[in-house]
Design a protein around this ligand. Structure first.
Ligand SMILES: Nc1ncnc2c1ncn2[C@@H]1O[C@H](COP(=O)(O)OP(=O)(O)O)[C@@H](O)[C@H]1O
Ligand SMILES: [Mg+2]
Length: 295
């Protein structure tokens, strides 16, 4: 970890340390690694006409995109500098904001720098996708923000899910979609898709050994000069309360507090800072309140 060692910290200005604080460094905690292993398993399967797919389910800020990006990086196209040809084992595409097959195919082509032409028909786009996937040896398609599939009317949703099924049949590679439990509900409302997308979950965190380990791993990355002992039970409990167990909120809250500790010279996060009373004054809004305020 680049911000951990004390010699390094001493050489950096406060501004640099604050900048580093907000860099996202992947932490491989067991729940995420288990799902990543499942995805690795899918990559190794022989091609059949009916590949198994995965639905990565978790609330907003539970770490779905981080996990997908980590998986992508492990299969990064430029890992092998001696490679004879360009391959792209894994392709991640953000679901378009509207459930529409053409938009999805267009988004896939866009990601491959093969922009769809004006009014290109879905059949033509699918053909081009197939050709490109074959030549780039794409072995897995990942659709993030799958909740977007739920926008629009029921009919639109149905047609879109049909499009996913068609894509899955045509490409003969595993598809991984990521979204919230509503996304899972949409998938399971389509009987032919339901048993093709096995759900795997990123749950909210609770007070256990895994949380303690996460905090022990995360604390040094904050780059503070003194220990905060975040892993101590009372601290961990308070962290859980104000983040409601969502990893994204947990880490963001600690980063904000670490920024304060750098700026005011405290150089550690005080246990008192983790209490609800202090965090309210500090302006931290817990996730469920934030969602309410956002409407
Ligand atoms: N495995 C992880 N290692 C480090 N940070 C993580 C990890 N998972 C999530 N995070 C943090 O949580 C934030 C939200 O995660 P993200 O993957 O965007 O959630 P989601 O896609 O489920 O909404 C990330 O920006 C990152 O700061
Ligand atoms: Mg995401």
């Amino acid at each position: 970890m680049s911000t951990g060692s004390h010699t390094e910290i001493r050489e950096l200005s406060n501004d640099e340390r604050i900048f580093n604080l907000y860099k996202n460094v992947w932490i491989g905690y067991p729940g995420a690694v288990a799902i990543r292993d499942r995805m690795e398993g899918l990559l190794k399967l022989p091609t059949t006409h009916r590949m198994p797919n995965l639905a990565l389910i978790g609330e907003s800020n539970s770490g779905k995109s981080m996990l997908l990006n980590n998986f992508f990086k492990r299969h990064s196209p430029d890992l092998d500098p001696n490679a004879e040809k360009t391959v792209l084992p894994v392709l991640i595409v953000q679901m378009p904001a509207e459930p529409n097959e053409s938009r999805l195919y267009g988004a896939i082509l866009h990601q491959l720098f093969a922009e769809p032409t004006n009014r290109e028909l879905p059949a033509s786009m699918i053909n081009r996708i197939k050709v490109l996937f074959r030549s780039l040896e794409v072995k897995m398609l990942i659709l993030d923000e799958f909740n977007n599939a739920l926008a629009g009317s029921y009919i639109k949703q149905r047609r879109f899910l049909n499009g996913i099924r068609y894509l899955s049949n045509e490409l003969m590679i595993p598809i991984v979609v990521a979204g919230t439990v509503e996304a899972q509900r949409a998938l399971s409302s389509d009987p032919q898709l339901a048993n093709r997308f096995e759900p795997v979950y990123l749950h909210r965190w609770k007070l256990d050994e895994n949380l303690i380990r996460l905090l022990m791993t995360f604390e040094p990355t904050l780059g503070l000069k003194q220990k905060s002992n975040l892993y101590e039970q009372i601290n961990a409990e308070n962290i859980l309360i104000s983040s409601e167990g969502l990893i994204g909120d947990m880490l963001m809250m600690l980063r904000r507090l670490a920024e304060k500790a750098i700026k005011d010279g405290t150089e550690h996060i005080e246990p008192r800072w983790l209490t609800k009373a202090f965090l309210d004054d500090f302006g931290w809004v817990i996730p469920s309140m934030r969602m309410k305020r956002a409407g």
